[in-house]
Design a protein around this ligand. Structure first.
Ligand SMILES: *Cc1c(COP(=O)(O)O)cnc(C)c1O
Length: 396
């Protein structure tokens, strides 16, 4: 089958809520992927941040294979060894906490929202404040929490009780807080929102506000978690702890898993019967996630992300000097955004033609989030392609 045959199947049998590029990937190894025609690409947007250890990391592949031979799924009304172990590992890598496992980022956010409501309702608190330009997922709760109108349009009526503050603007947040506020939720670095990094004093002030007013602080680390920003979790850059934290994306090294992490100081309200997931935290995905953690820790991946990020940014700074179309460069570890003076889509497709996969968000922000396993050689290769693309567009 070639790409156009596959497209025909898409046209006939898929709903069409995606607009895939003319590219069918069938193989991956580390930061490299191959299409059906055998063409190779450097993947610097691996799975929208899912493949944090690159594609098909051998340790993750082995863990999945071993577990699949033993047992793939058991329901949550029986004890699950792998789930218990993974909860221990995540709790010990973050803060004293208890966990709930699900299958995606949106579900982790959904669990956080339900937790906050169940926690807040007896105190007369139900409102959740999130940020404009945030992204929290596509289920009703997570979609409503997402502070971008374009994701809401046509899906009304939306669940009630959500308010939106300007990101990185403490005054705008403070104005929305009331006796009804149950939780404030934000991403330490807005990913879909254009790689916007929360300021240090800003996040610290939010923490203090939450302490003072007895509001839950929910950090959505679905994209920033697991080493990507140069720390295991992005909150470590800020010297604060969340009350609730959501994880997903790179947690499973490619298999679908999400988690809600709840600090032990918060009274657990998700008692039996209040929340559940059939697939959530099954042995297969937990075995994969355990392998992911092992690799991140043993091979000091967070530190590596910080170092590679620094190296990448130095190269991108040079590009920025040469090409004024690059308005701003924002980065934390290997979470990198290049804000352009113009639409970015053409840069993404030109880069793809030349063998480099990156993303564009918010219309004009090129988003680059390489696997933490990437090398200086690969980064140099990508810089070469980006240089060609910017030079080509300049003369176009
Ligand atoms: C991707 C993302 C989500 C949603 O995750 P899904 O697995 O697509 O449901 C939620 N929050 C953040 C910060 C994300 O980047």
């Amino acid at each position: 089958m070639n790409t156009s045959d596959i497209k025909k199947l898409y046209d006939q049998y898929l709903l069409g809520n995606y607009a895939p590029a003319d590219l069918c990937l069938v193989k991956g190894k580390g930061s490299w992927v191959w299409d059906v025609h055998g063409k190779r690409y450097l993947d610097f947007f691996p799975g929208w941040a899912v493949s944090g250890l690159g594609h098909c990391h051998p340790k993750v592949v082995d863990a999945i294979r071993d577990q699949a031979r033993k047992i793939i799924h058991i329901p949550n009304n029986f004890l699950n060894l792998k789930q218990a172990k993974l909860a221990e590992v995540i709790s010990e890598a973050s803060f004293p906490s208890k966990l709930f496992f699900c299958n995606s980022g949106a579900e982790a956010v959904e669990a956080a929202i339900k937790f906050a409501r169940k926690w807040g309702n007896p105190q007369g608190k139900h409102e959740i404040i999130t940020m404009k330009r945030s992204f929290h997922g596509r289920t009703y709760g997570a979609m409503t929490a997402t502070g971008q109108k374009k994701f809401h349009d046509g899906f009304e009526p939306l669940p009630k009780g959500f308010k939106y503050a300007e990101f990185n603007d403490y005054a705008s947040l403070e104005k929305l807080v009331s006796a009804k506020t149950a939780a404030i939720m934000l991403e330490p670095v807005q990913g879909e929102g254009g790689v916007r990094i929360a300021g240090k004093p800003y996040l610290k002030k939010i923490r203090q506000l939450c302490n003072k007013k007895k509001i839950l602080l929910i950090l959505d680390e679905v994209q920033t978690g697991m080493g990507r920003t140069g720390k295991m979790f992005a909150y470590e850059h800020y010297g604060i702890l969340p009350d609730l934290m959501t994880l997903a994306k790179s947690l499973g090294g490619g298999v679908p898993i999400g988690a809600l992490v709840v600090h032990n100081k918060i009274k657990n309200v998700l008692v039996p019967g209040t929340h559940a997931s059939t697939f959530g935290g099954n042995p297969l995905v937990c075995a994969a996630a355990l392998a992911v953690f092992k690799v991140i820790r043993k091979e000091k991946m967070a530190k590596r992300a910080a170092e590679m990020g620094e190296y990448f940014v130095a190269g991108l700074e040079k590009l920025k000097e040469s090409y004024p179309v690059i308005r701003e460069l924002r980065a934390l570890g290997l979470m990198i955004g290049l804000e352009l003076d113009c639409e970015g889509a053409v840069y993404v497709s030109k880069a793809r033609e030349k063998g480099l996969l990156i993303n564009c968000t918010q219309g004009n922000v090129l988003r680059i989030i390489p696997a933490m396993t990437t090398t200086k050689k690969e980064i140099d290769f990508s810089l070469g392609i980006l240089n060609q693309v910017f030079a080509g567009e300049k003369n176009a």
